[in-house]
Design a protein around this ligand. Sequence first.
Ligand code: AMP
Ligand code: MG
Length: 339
Amino acid sequence: MKTEFFHEPDAKAIARAGEILRSGGLVAIPTETVYGLAANAYDAEAVKNIFIAKGRPGDNPLIVHIADLSELKPLVRSVPESAKQLAAAFWPGPLTMILPKSDRVPYEVTAGLETVAVRFPSHPVANAIIRAAGLPLAAPSANLSGKPSPTNALHVYEDMNGRIDAIVDGGDCHFGVESTVITLAGEKPRLLRPGAVTLEMLRAVIGEVEMDSAVIEPLAEGEVAASPGMKYKHYSPKAEVYVLSGSPEAFIRYINSHCDEKTAALCYDEEANKINCATIPIGKEFDFSYQAHLLFNSLRRCDELGMKRVYAHIPRRDGVSLAIYNRLMRAAGFKVIYV
Ligand code: AMP
Ligand code: MG
């Protein structure tokens, strides 16, 4: 398949993207989190093709993207008060809500579940394409399954050229980690995936929010994932990633005594000149939002540099760092070295 590549998200690109989506095709679109691989959410065949293009396991459901609050209602059985409050606080933006699905949503989107994940993105190009299509769009991240999520159009091209109908370049993604996922379909609201809308921000709006154990821990043998996406090794470069737990001084000492030409450090900017192997700076020590913005790009850099082994700082577990912790621990397969 020849993939159309639009270098500018201009009116022509947006109209063409809408046309492809209406006729059942797949288009990679920029959002404020990561690039999404979109299809008509009401077209089961189009949705199946997303799974094929990504090599995504069939039991991992997709997020449905809307461009107006009024588009939520047809997708779900009812809209609880908590969803209204969260939508008022964080939509449009990087928050996905899970609610019981309506009959209109095909099981291909929800991977057989009775719930559907919905997000109203804030990215103007994503919104324009949803409107041009005139449809809700099912869209997972636009990477090959297992690889780090794409935060620019080149990443999408590397993974998806020849596999999808079109790619619309909208520049670098602002947040760089996927949306926060909260389920409102259970007894209590529960965080399934951390993102730029933090647990603290959610609690400030709706009070108690539980954190699913899969946010910070690997699933136990035989445990059923509340969010199917959490059970897969994810976001990984080819290199083995190790998370180092200890002080910044101990981090540098450990790396400098374990250096070779195939080893790299994901380090803070201010550490780069103290480390004797390849360095991939991830931003300043306390600039957590920027670290999130760079995370997937940094993981892809490991492979571009041909690294075999990569050491990273253990992230904090508060604010947006919880999202970095969640992604990095999965990239590392939960391998932690205490230094
Ligand atoms: P991605 O589109 O790559 O960001 O992945 C979507 C994430 O949302 C995955 O981790 C899914 O498991 C999760 N997700 C989507 N729909 C549901 C649902 N109905 N229930 C639980 N998790 C969901
Ligand atoms: Mg993904």
